[in-house]
Design a protein around this ligand. Sequence first.
Ligand code: SF4
Length: 439
Amino acid sequence: MQTDLIFKHQILDKLSPSFCGAKWYNATIWLGSGMTTSCHHPPAHLVDIEQVKQNPKLLHNTPEKKEQRRQMQCGERPSGCEYCWKLEDMGPNYISDRVYKSKIYSQEELNNAYNTPVDRDVDLITLEIAFDRTCNFACSYCNPAFSTTWVKDLKQHGGYTELVSDGRNHFTHTHDSAQLYKYGETNPYVEAFFKWWDSDLHSTLRELRITGGEPIMSAELWRLFDWFKDNADKSQTKLAINSNLGSKPELIDRLVDCRKHLPSLDVYTSMEATGYSAEYIRDGLDFEQWWKNLLKLHFADIDTHCMMTINALCLPTLPDMTDKILQARTLFGNEFATMSYNILRFPSFQSCLVLPQDIKDECVSRLKQLDLTNMQQWERGQLDRLIEYLQVVETPHSESFEMPKLHNDFKRFYTQYDIRRNHTFAKAFPSLEEWYETL
Ligand code: SF4
């Protein structure tokens, strides 16, 4: 029996058949909106603003999560974790994220969680946090909830029109609830985080990942880094940030300079295409400058990672991007910019599956021709899965619209995007032009 299955049957299920360590020890918290969740699957909920001022641990230990912990201790299934239950109901040997998200904690930690009285607050071990949505990019697959530049687009031009598959209305309004406090205003959720950080989190957190917006543009990131400078060796928390690496040079230099005060620093940056194609997808990007910044971080003892968001527009140059990193590893070593291939499912009209099969096949054929000597085993596994996905899967996800509607939305969206952003689709993606004209 494989190790994950043994862990599920012999450790996790023995506590309870619905027990998950993430409900106690992991959180994603959006401080701009005051929302929290355990992992990415359950819907986020709002933290009570008045109560969190009194007790900062409520950023994670909300009444909702305490009720879900009670259910898990009794073997009941919290409805928000449906993603995992669906998978597990496929059979006893199916492994859900409940296993992957729990196995990162020790058996002692899991036992402690299980035995913690349900009304008690617990301290986090792994945390992903966003201070605000300030961002200088407005990537096509992002939206105003995560980028102030996207907000500007909608304020200037109004919402995107006639998109039928955008059921969540990502592109029609400015998502004001994502940022409850204006720039320069005191945000009580942020203050609660720093209070909790100072009292306990700095010693209990093993990993803190900061996302955004663009974290480098947030004053709160530098406030946290200043804490490390002023409190040398007080915390061993491993830090990671998600950055577009497109900020002003002085901010990139400041990041490099701060490295010496931090126990460790990993930078995750998104890139899945090259040149003008990449600049079109990730509006605001200067591709050559991004590459220089990536190298600068690598030489400053910062671990670099390239997150590839596989969308329709990246397929023509995805093999080039992969090859660029593999070639660079010949000079800089196989740890340089580890690559993950993350398949975009939403918005579904931007999924790579909207493309005709011959374009997907062309990408697959070029990926198969690459010299993968410098690729790590786990990266190879992800690339193989992507290749299979491009060859076999036909719809982006089970609830997505039929293909003609996705094609209509694709054309409507990028026609508006070109005008708003001063781009030209055909110039950015010459190999897609003929198909695009047929839509
Ligand atoms: S049971 Fe699944 S959905 Fe629920 S917190 Fe754990 S990993 Fe997330």
